[in-house]
Structure formats: structure tokens, C-alpha cells
Design a protein around this ligand. Structure first.
Ligand code: BG6
Ligand code: MG
Length: 222
């Protein structure tokens, strides 16, 4: 069998930036006069910045804002978000991630990043994760947001791998759908109730053994 490749989402999979996105969106909602719960925030995971803003405005019952005003609001949220991630350190890499990435390196498995975030380069720099990836596809490269499969198809292309050889790691329902639409297997990372469409779900990377995961995935359908 040909070797497999791994494509990783960033926010909520390798680093816990989902909490910073939430804090910044919540702050924006507060300035607009409504509360934004963690449950609402779940709908924003994996979704592009502008699509996230649209969901937030829908939650707040705010309709018909001009595009320019929406761009200003998204910019405001991003400024707060960047202030958080500018202070990130490698200690914020999620448990078990570094060990798993080292296992892949030792097994000569090619890896790509497949993130919707335009801030991915800054996060990779702050955490020192960039060196683990053979290709980086992020919000600055893509034209269509998850659940569109573009980000993962570009990742496969950059690794010179067919979709059937790629395994995607995702924490968001929109990302799981994108991976499956790309014709890839998907390991959901997090809550099985939210990620039930994934090929399989793991709680995180702690104690995850690549060879064991690979054997399980080979027997499962997308
Ligand atoms: C995804 C996050 O990775 O990136 C989303 O899960 C976020 O919550 C999206 O909206 C875009 O991120 P950014 O950093 O470009 O605003
Ligand atoms: Mg994510």
C-alpha cells in the first residue's frame, strides 16, 4: 500500500486558539449589545472570518449592515484576536501534539497544514510548529471556506498525494464535512457528539500512536 499523508487543521486541533476566537467574538457581540454563548460559538469553528461574522450578526438579530461596516467589525475582532495570539508560546501547543508530529516525522509521513485562518503564519511562528509541515495551506491561500473541500485538496496537491491517501485531523463539523467531500478519511479531534460524521473520533493527541491509528483507519470507510 502507498504511504499515507496527514493534513492538520490548526485552530482547536494543534493549538487551543478556539478560546481566543471565542473571547474576541464575545467582546464584539458585547459592543453590539448582545451575549454570545459557547454554544453559539460552536457554529463558528472552522468557518471563515466573514462567514463567522454573518453567523454572529444573525445570533444578535442584526440585519442588513453595509459591507463596509461588516468589514470594520471583522477587523475590530481580528485586532483583539491578534493581541491574544501575539502572546502565544509553544506551551500552548495542545497535549500530545508534538509527540505525534515527531512520530510522523520518524515514520517519514508527509504532512500539511489545512487551516481557514489568515493568522496561521503568526500562530505557527509563535509556537514553533512550522518546521513540522511539508506544505502550508491557510486562509491566505484559499478562495472557498470549509465545508468546501478546497483547503484539503490543495494540501493533497502540495504533497503530491491522491485524496484517498490523505487523513485529515479536524475539530470542527465544517472541517469534517470538507475532508469527507474531498474524498479523504477524517479523524475528528474532540467531542464525538459534534463530530459524528468523522471516520473516527479521538479525544486528543495524548497517547495517540500513529501505527495503531493507521491500522484502525485502514479498516474503516470514509
Ligand atoms: C478557523 C477557525 O481555523 O479559522 C475559525 O476555526 C476562524 O474560528 C477561521 O474564523 C478564520 O480565522 P482568522 O484567523 O483568519 O480570522
Ligand atoms: Mg479548527
Amino acid at each position: 500500500m502507498k504511504s499515507l499523508c496527514c493534513i492538520f487543521d490548526l485552530d482547536g486541533v494543534l493549538v487551543d486558539t478556539a478560546k481566543y476566537h471565542y473571547l474576541a467574538w464575545k467582546r464584539l457581540a458585547a459592543t453590539l449589545g448582545f451575549d454570545f454563548s459557547e454554544q453559539h460559538n460552536e457554529r463558528l469553528k472552522g468557518v471563515s472570518r466573514m462567514a463567522s461574522l454573518d453567523i454572529l450578526l444573525e445570533v444578535g438579530g442584526i440585519k442588513g449592515l453595509p459591507e463596509e461596516e461588516k468589514r470594520d467589525l471583522a477587523e475590530k475582532k481580528n485586532t483583539w484576536y491578534v493581541a491574544y495570539i501575539n502572546r502565544m508560546t509553544p506551551s500552548e501547543i495542545l497535549p500530545g501534539v508534538l509527540d505525534f508530529l515527531h512520530q510522523l516525522k520518524a515514520a517519514h509521513v508527509k504532512t500539511a497544514l489545512g487551516s481557514a485562518s489568515r493568522n496561521a503564519p503568526l500562530i505557527l511562528k509563535r509556537t514553533g510548529l512550522a518546521c513540522f509541515f511539508d506544505a502550508i495551506i491557510d486562509g491566505n491561500t484559499i478562495t472557498r471556506a470549509k465545508p468546501d473541500p478546497e483547503v484539503f485538496l490543495l494540501g493533497a496537491q502540495a504533497l503530491d498525494a491522491s485524496a484517498g491517501r490523505c487523513i485529515v485531523f479536524e475539530d470542527a463539523a465544517a472541517g469534517v464535512e470538507a475532508a469527507l467531500r474531498a474524498g479523504m478519511k477524517c479523524v475528528g479531534v474532540g467531542n464525538p457528539n459534534l463530530l459524528h460524521k468523522a471516520t473516527m473520533v479521538v479525544p486528543g493527541f495524548e497517547n495517540l500512536i500513529w501505527e495503531e491509528l493507521k491500522s484502525s483507519l485502514i479498516t474503516l470507510k470514509n
